[in-house]
Design a binder for this molecule. Structure first.
Ligand SMILES: Cc1ncc(COP(=O)(O)O)c(C=O)c1O
Length: 488
């Protein structure tokens, strides 16, 4: 450990500097402005390095990173589509980047117009009356949407409705958001094909149900064909339908959740609308609602007056505020640039192309990987590990071996419905050549698993960090450099 620590990490040398600022101009004046009792007593323990060391350190670190700009990233449920660079240029424009949320609305009419237009565009694409752009992420959108749901029932004096039905295949954030919103989670079973079991649902629908959370296509990438019937049953029981829009991509421009009977939804702009996410950037989880729920949306809201001017409104019946000011404006600009770049006609190709790509991979690999759910999927699908499990090669091993071949691993061990889940989502932005390369490598790994399983079990062999002791890391996490030094 000591040698590794010394060789790889410790770049600091006492007295080494990047810049020295003129003492008279900065240090003296600056320090003089700080009251004596607030001055730091001990110098800060910072690395002492040259500018060259810093540049090399961060450049090397960035080269070790894997992202959509470096390779194929088929992480199921995450919609890792390419992030067009024009989006970044738009978001970086001084006219947008330098506005402050406390500015007089008169002075930021352009920014408010973009904000308002995005609200309108999302409402039109998803089939809802209005959208708030305030939430910072998908899970935050879920929480906001469930708070709207609760507020709606409370406003009608229907305070008994405290239960939210969540399918057993749901993304983990769904039950978590319901709990944070102060609601009780009731699980509804899925059928073997991942769709909701109506016979299991019906007895759950009573006057304590606030609503149901669903995603369509579901977590297995299959379209919920009985959605209209489900909506009817839930509405008849007095509940509302919440749509988890993380899986909106295959429907974009084709089918609208609002038309399926949903009352509330969130959209992950950082998935469907091409803005970076994961380690690559902040997110945004706008929430859309049907007309009868508009008043409960969080404050502040951006409106357009009859005079054509944009203004900020704080509604009386609103559930309050869920974010500082208006949410992640930079992310919204990127999403809006994406919508305008595609335009009304091209946006209709997103869903079908994402669906085609997923089905192409699924059909090409099902001789080597176990496909528990047959039929046409939407944007993603799930394999239950290798078809031939006799050599003991697991989904985790396959995922690690893919890294050796330059591909990001799919989502693994989710959904929990299968023991060896491997969830693959290619998105529409990948070319046929990339899909073919991935398919070839997946076949190659399956062949290795049969003929030389140890090579797969020992993977990754070519990445900067090799096969990790995951149990050790979980049991004895070393999360800071200081802790590493202390441990060495
Ligand atoms: C189906 C589903 N719902 C909700 C979320 C939560 O979104 P976020 O990560 O933006 O909070 C995700 C994220 O992966 C998801 O896949």
């Amino acid at each position: 450990m000591k040698t590794y620590d010394k060789l790889i990490f410790e770049l600091s040398r006492p007295g080494r500097k990047g810049y020295e600022l003129p003492a008279d101009q900065y240090a003296t004046d600056g320090l003089a402005a700080i009251p004596a009792d607030m001055l730091r007593k001990e110098p800060l323990d910072l690395p002492e390095v040259s500018e060259g060391d810093v540049v090399r350190h961060y450049t090397n670190l960035s080269n070790k990173n894997f992202g959509v700009d470096t390779g194929f990233y088929p992480l199921g449920s995450c919609t890792m589509k390419y992030n067009p660079k024009i989006n970044e240029e738009v978001a970086a424009m001084a006219e947008f980047a330098n506005v402050h949320p406390l500015q007089d609305p008169e002075s930021v009419q352009g920014a408010l117009e973009v904000y308002y237009n995005l609200q309108q565009a999302l409402a039109a694409l998803a089939g809802f009356a209005e959208f708030t752009l305030n939430p910072y992420a998908g899970a935050h959108g879920e929480l906001t949407g469930l708070m709207v749901m609760r507020q709606y029932h409370i406003s009608r004096g229907d305070t008994k409705r405290t239960k939210v039905i969540v399918p057993d295949s749901a993304h983990g954030t769904n039950p978590a958001s319901a709990m944070v919103a102060g609601l009780e989670v009731v699980e509804v079973k899925s059928r073997p094909n991942g769709s909701i079991d109506l016979e299991d649902l019906k007895p759950l629908l009573d006057d304590t149900v606030a609503g149901i959370m669903m995603t369509n296509p579901n977590t297995l990438g299959m379209f919920e064909t009985e959605i209209v019937e489900i909506a009817k049953l839930v509405h008849e029981a007095g509940g509302l339908l919440y749509y988890d829009g993380a899986n909106l991509n295959p429907l974009l421009g084709k089918v609208r959740p609002g038309d399926m009977g949903f009352d509330i939804m969130h959209i992950n702009l950082h998935k469907t609308f091409s803005t970076p996410h994961g380690g690559g950037g902040p997110g945004s989880g706008p929430v859309g609602v049907a007309a009868h729920l508009v008043d409960f949306l969080p404050n502040p809201r951006v409106k357009k007056g009859e005079d054509g001017k944009f203004y900020v409104e704080f509604g009386d019946k609103s559930l309050g505020s869920v974010s500082t000011f208006f949410g992640n404006f930079g992310v919204m600009l990127k999403a809006y640039a994406y919508i305008l770049s595609l335009g009304k006609e091209n946006i209709k190709n997103v869903g079908p192309m994402a669906t085609l790509n997923a089905n192409y991979i699924k059909e090409s690999l099902k001789d080597d990987y176990l496909l528990p759910i047959q039929g046409v999927c939407k944007h993603e699908f799930v394999f239950d590990g290798l078809k031939d499990k006799s050599t003991g090669v697991t989904t985790l091993n396959v995922a690690k071996r893919l890294l050796d071949y330059g591909f990001h691993a799919p989502t693994i061990y989710f959904p929990l419905l299968f023991h060896e889940s491997m969830m693959i989502e290619p998105t529409e932005t990948e070319s046929l050549e990339t899909l073919d390369e991935f398919i070839d490598v997946m076949h190659k790994v399956a062949k290795e698993a049969r003929e030389n399983p140890q090579a797969v079990i020992d993977a990754p062999l070519t990445t900067p960090v090799r096969h990790l002791d995951e149990t050790g890391a979980a049991l004895h996490p070393i999360l800071t450099y200081k802790a590493l030094k202390a441990n060495a």
